[in-house]
Design a protein around this ligand. Sequence first.
Ligand SMILES: *Cc1c(COP(=O)(O)O)cnc(C)c1O
Length: 400
Amino acid sequence: MKTSEFIEIEEKFGAHNYHPLDVVITGGKGVWVTDVEGNKYLDFLSSYSALNQGHVHPKILKALVDQAKKITLTSRAFRNDQLPFFYKELAEMTGYEMSLPMNSGAEAVETALKLARKWGYQVKGIKRHQAEIIVADGNFHGRTISIVSFSSEPHYKDDFGPFTPGFISVPYGDVKAVEKAITKNTAAVMLEPIQGEGGVLIPPAGYLAEVKKICEAHNVLFMADEIQTGLGRTGKLFASMHDGVRPDVTIIGKALGGGFYPVSAVLADKAILGLFTPGEHGSTFGGNPLGAAVARAAMQVIREEKLVENAAAMGEYFMSELRKIKSAHIKEIRGKGLLIGVELIPEAKGARRFCEALKDKGILAKETHDNVIRFAPPLVIDKKTIDWALPRIKEVLMMA
Ligand SMILES: *Cc1c(COP(=O)(O)O)cnc(C)c1O
């Protein structure tokens, strides 16, 4: 079957809530994928950073298959023999005392919002149903109704109201705006350390540290959404660490499932996460033994293959080489580790056509917003592969 035939079926029977590049992938290994026509591509998106360990990592595959043969789902009505080790190893890796496992990133964000509200009422003493949570303009935290309620992107929310109240959005990167927005009802501030979907926007150095300090001064929780930036992507285990910050609550997902299986989690110490009592929150699939086994292997690969260190080294090399490309289309190149955005000037007529051209040269990247090309390969990428990609990227960025 040809590419166009796959696309025709998909377009006919599937909802059109994405605008994918016209490449139909059938296989993958490490940083490479192949399409149904036998073409090979370098994956420079990594499924929005869910594939930090690369495609079909053999160790994670083995954990998945081994566990799938034993037991896959127990529900949390019963205990299973994988979840305790998931908790313990996640605590050892991240330094947080506890975690709460969910499936998708949006679910973990919702969990953190519920946790912040509960903390606001139970610990801070906010009057019931009055809690406020401060977020940043340009945020991306997922697609549920409560989450799009505080999106500033018309496209994400326009036809989906009525919205959940209790959120205040302030300009990203502006410490004073956060401080001004805090009231006696503020339970939490929730931020992405780098706004990935927003266009790989990096706040001024010290922003997170100052927001954290303000939160402490006003008895407000500081929550970081590290679903995209976490688990090594930016060259540290968590992007908050670039600012020396340990958030009260950290939300992770994506690469926690190693690209095999949706696993997300909310991380916090016992004084906060210990507030949930039986029945207040849950998920049929959250914490299931298959997901727990996969996540354990995904964490092990991050550790054993030193993916955090590799992201730092390769990111620095890739970015310095990108900066040598002198194209009139480029407005700015920015990033940390292997989360890199190339912003084009508006006159370049959109990032999409550059992504299409990259595809024709064997590189899969995706535009974010209209004018930013995001480069975020799996963290297992090596120098040789980057050197393969660079002349191709240069050629595309130099086109008319
Ligand atoms: C992807 C993402 C989410 C949502 O995760 P899903 O698994 O798609 O629900 C939330 N926050 C950030 C920062 C993300 O990048």
